[in-house]
Design a protein around this ligand. Structure first.
Ligand SMILES: *[C@@H]1O[C@H](CO)[C@@H](O)[C@H](O)[C@H]1NC(C)=O
Ligand SMILES: *[C@@H]1O[C@H](CO)[C@@H](O)[C@H](O)[C@H]1NC(C)=O
Ligand SMILES: *[C@@H]1O[C@H](CO)[C@@H](O)[C@H](O)[C@H]1NC(C)=O
Ligand SMILES: *[C@@H]1O[C@H](CO)[C@@H](O)[C@H](O)[C@H]1NC(C)=O
Ligand SMILES: *[C@@H]1O[C@H](CO)[C@@H](O)[C@H](O)[C@H]1NC(C)=O
Ligand SMILES: *[C@@H]1O[C@H](CO)[C@@H](O)[C@H](O)[C@H]1NC(C)=O
Ligand SMILES: *[C@@H]1O[C@H](CO)[C@@H](O)[C@H](O)[C@H]1NC(C)=O
Ligand SMILES: *[C@@H]1O[C@H](CO)[C@@H](O)[C@H](O)[C@H]1NC(C)=O
Ligand SMILES: *[C@@H]1O[C@H](CO)[C@@H](O)[C@H](O)[C@H]1NC(C)=O
Length: 364
């Protein structure tokens, strides 16, 4: 039995090593590509648009991370020679068609972090099911000013890290880190999510956020908008899977996949993948972990408005209305954990990708 297990693990290892070689892509990245000095240099560390080209054998996957409006991450499958061009003045004026691919992408998917909800969980249920609107405050992530902490780019990985001091009514230390990799692997930091060669990992930290005094049992949730170049007739699906082991994410035996219809049906759509875990300390461990919960995806009344001030409207203009746009709320914390104020620290890490979410693999 033990030998059998060993052989199984060994063969998975060999397969993974072989797969890694097969799928290595080559990354090139630019921060604020083509931005004139009078626009980008004057803004110091506040203008952060990253363009990554991930070149494969017969195509290129382009990522755009835009922190100038609502934080957004886009994944586009393009031909190998496609170029990106940004008309910076029009882009800052929020005009359509100011971010242009030289050839129309074959497929596009992405996420927008639209709003942060602060709510008073009077009944300590954990989930974000409060309906009394005076127990909920909404903060537009568009209003946050994101300052660049670091930008690192090599052929194998690209990382951008930004921080914000929040807003009037919600001061604190907010951090976002985005990273993409040339090969599939587990991410370097806990929860060590698996990423494919076609994905971006996003990590959010809410540190010492000053919650509202009138909310004695405060929690946070975030509104995530999903955008896919797919027909509007279907919905994104949320599947919570039991995972085989927790070696990479101690204590967490579940994995959540939020996938577009084309990802579910043909492995050629967009998806989000994460472990339903949030950490209450910089030291991420099982003892500092709490849960996350998500709502079902729902279609917004006005996709154009939802995607205003995002790279999606800068590319597609009003035709975002023809795309599959839905949003979901992800809340941080669980019943009995003492609410946000017990530690004043919350994290959420997720992967946004093209293809299909990876099945849970045996650890190596
Ligand atoms: C909503 O919350 C406010 C503030 O706590 C409270 O005064 C009000 O009675 C609540 N409304 C309902 C319908 O529970
Ligand atoms: C961004 O620049 C401002 C002004 O130069 C500086 O005060 C701030 O510390 C910088 N932020 C980061 C994260 O480096
Ligand atoms: C605290 O929340 C209450 C209820 O939503 C709101 O009326 C008040 O303006 C908030 N206080 C601050 C400082 O934002
Ligand atoms: C968290 O911050 C609140 C004020 O927003 C404070 O009352 C509380 O003591 C802090 N908790 C910890 C563990 O420091
Ligand atoms: C999508 O979700 C909505 C609301 O939950 C539901 O009414 C509709 O039937 C769903 N569409 C499909 C194709 O499943
Ligand atoms: C995916 O499959 C379902 C069920 O087989 C079907 O109803 C739906 O139209 C398919 N969607 C796409 C995008 O192919
Ligand atoms: C989009 O945002 C701009 C401000 O950035 C605002 O002037 C405009 O009215 C908004 N458009 C829509 C459709 O919400
Ligand atoms: C997210 O939460 C807000 C506030 O409760 C609610 O209005 C909205 O409908 C929720 N969105 C989804 C997709 O459930
Ligand atoms: C990554 O994208 C390529 C298209 O360039 C696709 O063939 C491949 O299946 C994708 N990989 C995964 C793991 O989805």
């Amino acid at each position: 039995m033990k030998l059998y297990l060993w052989l199984l693990k060994f063969s998975v290892f060999v397969a993974a090593v072989a797969a890694k070689k097969d799928v290595r892509r080559k990354l090139t990245a630019q921060l604020n590509p083509g931005c004139p000095e009078n626009i980008c240099d004057d803004a110091g560390n506040l203008t952060n648009v990253v363009h990554v080209t991930s070149l494969g054998a017969s195509d290129a996957i382009h990522y755009i991370w835009d922190l100038t409006g609502k934080p957004s991450a886009l994944v586009a499958l393009c031909g190998p020679d496609t170029k990106l061009n940004i008309n910076w003045e029009g882009f800052f004026d929020g005009k359509a068609n100011t971010v242009m691919f030289s050839d129309a992408p074959r497929y596009t998917f992405g996420v927008v972090l639209n709003r942060l909800w602060e709510y008073n969980d009077e009944e300590d249920v954990g989930t974000f099911t409060v309906t009394n609107s005076s127990q909920i405050n909404a903060f537009s992530l568009h209003e946050f000013a994101w300052e660049r902490k670091s930008f690192l780019a090599t052929e194998d990985s690209v990382e951008l890290s930004v921080k914000s001091r929040g807003l009037h009514g919600l001061p604190g230390n907010f951090e976002l880190s985005l990273a993409t990799f040339a090969t599939p692997d587990h991410g370097p930091m806990t929860p060590h999510l698996m990423h494919t060669e076609n994905s971006t990992q996003i990590d959010l930290v809410l540190d010492t956020v000053q919650t509202n005094d009138s909310f004695p049992q405060p929690r946070f949730a975030i509104e995530v908008v999903l955008v896919a170049m797919e027909p509007k007739k279907d919905n994104y699906t949320v599947v919570v899977k039991k995972s085989l082991d927790d070696e990479f994410t101690p204590g967490i035996f579940k994995i959540v996949n939020v996938a577009s219809p084309a990802s579910v049906n043909a492995s050629s759509g967009g998806y989000l993948q994460y472990r339903p875990v949030s950490y209450t300390d910089e030291d991420r461990d099982v003892s500092t972990s709490t849960q996350t919960y998500q709502s079902s995806p729902a279609t917004p009344n006005n996709a154009i408005k939802k995607l205003n001030n995002t790279v999606f409207r800068s590319i597609f203009g009003d035709s975002v209305e023809t795309m599959l746009v839905q949003s979901l709320n992800v809340s941080f914390g669980t019943s009995g954990d003492g609410f946000y104020t017990k530690y004043n620290y919350t994290t959420w890490t997720f992967v946004v990708g093209y293809g299909a979410p990876l099945p849970d693999k045996l650890s190596l």
